[in-house]
Ligand binder design. Structure first.
Ligand SMILES: [Fe+2]
Ligand SMILES: [Fe+2]
Length: 232
């Protein structure tokens, strides 16, 4: 795996689909992007909150299914489980961060519940029968996330959204300076998304026997620790 520290904000990074499975993954992504664009338009804070509740699902599903597979086959996971769990936790921290900035409407909360009901089972089924397609799908989701957060940055830079102070939870998690702003947080979140993009395309490639490609560097964040260690 080659790591590149400059790839995090490159909107041109796109994996060209090869074959029906990749095209299916891209088609689903473009369809969901269209729905998100129609519903949220320029409400970037609301968009971030609702979409991060979905973004945190695939990592945990992938970790669960790789865990079960490792048990069944009595084989090492080559680090996949921890990687996917870290992705799920990282996406949940995105959610915790944006919900501190933007309160979802009651209708959006309802949407989140409905979306989770549908998406969890869809993604679980997809990962069970076609894990390569599932990772490709996440790779494409993350390509879109990088684009959306770039739009959010432009929104702040053009003065259409206030550049408020960074939430305390984000300052702690990414170890940001005390005077960090929302803009600083979006930069680091976007870099996370670019990292997930490349890791998931890399996993799909590995399953397809293709070269892994370059991975955008993951911004450092603290490890979430179990309760027993917190009190130790
Ligand atoms: Fe995210
Ligand atoms: Fe993401």
């Amino acid at each position: 795996m080659t790591v590149d520290a400059t790839l995090h904000n490159d909107l041109r990074v796109h994996y060209s689909p090869v074959g029906a499975s990749d095209r299916f993954a891209l088609g689903v992504t473009k369809f969901l992007r269209f729905i998100a664009d129609t519903f949220f338009a320029r409400k970037y804070g609301h968009r971030a909150v609702v979409l991060e509740t979905v973004a945190a699902v695939p990592g945990m599903v992938g970790a669960t299914l790789n865990h079960l597979r490792g048990l069944r086959r009595m084989q090492d996971d080559k680090g996949w489980i921890r990687t996917l769990m870290d992705e799920a936790e990282n996406e949940r921290m995105h959610l915790m961060t944006f919900v501190a900035v933007c309160q979802p409407t009651p209708f959006e909360r309802l949407m989140v519940i409905a979306a989770q009901g549908v998406f969890y089972f869809f993604f679980f089924g997809l990962y069970l029968i076609a894990p390569k397609t599932a990772h490709r799908l996440v790779g494409y989701f993350e390509e879109e996330a990088v684009i959306s957060y770039t739009h959010y940055l432009a929104e702040i830079d053009d003065g259409r959204s206030p550049n408020v102070g960074a939430p305390a939870i984000a300052i702690r998690y990414w170890n940001l300076p005390a005077d960090a702003t929302l803009r600083d947080v979006i930069l680091v979140v976007r870099a996370d998304e670019a990292h997930h993009r490349d890791v998931n395309h890399g996993f799909a490639n590995e399953m397809a026997g293709l070269p892994q490609g370059t991975v955008a560097a993951c911004p450092p964040h603290v490890d979430l620790v179990p309760i027993w260690r917190m009190s130790a």
